[in-house]
Design a protein around this ligand. Sequence first.
Ligand code: GLU
Length: 446
Amino acid sequence: MLDEKLQPIFDDVLRRNPGEDEFHQAVREVLDSLGAVVAKHPHYAEDALIERICEPERQIIFRVPWVDDKGQVQINRGFRVQFNSALGPFKGGLRFHPTVYLGTIKFLGFEQTFKNALTGMPIGGGKGGADFDPKGRSSGEIMRFCQSFMTELCRHLGEYTDVPAGDIGVGQREIGYMFGQYKRIANRYESGVLTGKGLAWGGSQVRTEATGYGAVYFVERMLRTRNHNFDGKKVIVSGSGNVAIYTMEKIMELGGKVIACSDSNGYVVDESGIDLALLKEIKEKKRGRVSDYAKARRSSHFVSNGRIWDVPADVAMPSATQNELNGQDARTLVKNRIVAVGEGANMPCTPEAVKIFLDAGVMFGPGKATNAGGVATSALEMQQNASRDSWTFEATEARLATIMHGIHDRCAEMADTYGSPGNYVLGANVAGFIRVAEAMRALGIV
Ligand code: GLU
């Protein structure tokens, strides 16, 4: 049950955003954590502050027409939800995936607001994307789509206004096409308008690796609180995109063994440890599938319909997409004596799964804390762009590690202060909320 002050706010969110299940889920989780905060500090429930936090500042929906390789005109729907700019310009990625609709972008923008606040950096929250399916599209089609998408989006962006980056389906190639189109329309080399850029044209060292590396730094610090570490641990990392690949890389560096990963067609198990060079070759160079990995590696096998969470392991890092790990999966992991779960993706565990982990005493790192290293490094990219500087890999990675340790410690401290020691979900929601709320109070009713 929600706190009596918070229930009407949630009812209103349901009424105003019909059918947007993921958004409801994300709001519900944050409100669940805020009961203890409004009980202790009733002023946070005044001036409709929480209602304002749940309502995006601006939502943009637009037509994206483009011409495919056969000369056919295609139409997609583009979105940008500028959720909250109390702490800085709207900041958050763009997702290109056929399932994207307003509810997806709203949930991601809401999460992003608290995530960005947790980093301690001057960035507000936003998210965007399109229901475009990049799978099987030629590079020319991707470019034409990105150009058309940016032709509308550009009027809403700016280094002090809104700074997008990548997310599912959007990597350095797409950011390049979008930056090129922005530059052409604006007639300005405004590096700070997008992050995730290539190193040769304004990007930052470590940005590619940052979400995965950061997630592992967070989980490592969490493991340490109970005298564990990655050394010798068996790990499942779902997904095989940018987040998953660099999560695996850092786990291996710390002595862990990644034994399974996946894509939307199925998962691969490799008890001798995933061969990362091979996986990178298949995924990053050939844009292939994990089934191609299984064909190329004898110690592995591919499972096309089944649950990756059935594979016994010590640590699980869901790094694919929202709601990919449900209550039944969580029960299986607990039965197989999982020690820790760290969310690399945004909201990959269902509320039921999260509850099962917390009740079972499994260490659980929620996405908005665990995966904040990506956007934090985007903020470092913005810093470098603003000062026309570029830092070394080592210096940038050291900053990332410090930021992740800071996020971990802030979440742990808030969980203690608000009466749920070890509950990083509560800690992350409360720490993120308080930072946004304080700025909003200072800025008046806007
Ligand atoms: N899409 C990433 C996230 O979920 C990164 C956003 C960014 O760098 O702006 O946090």
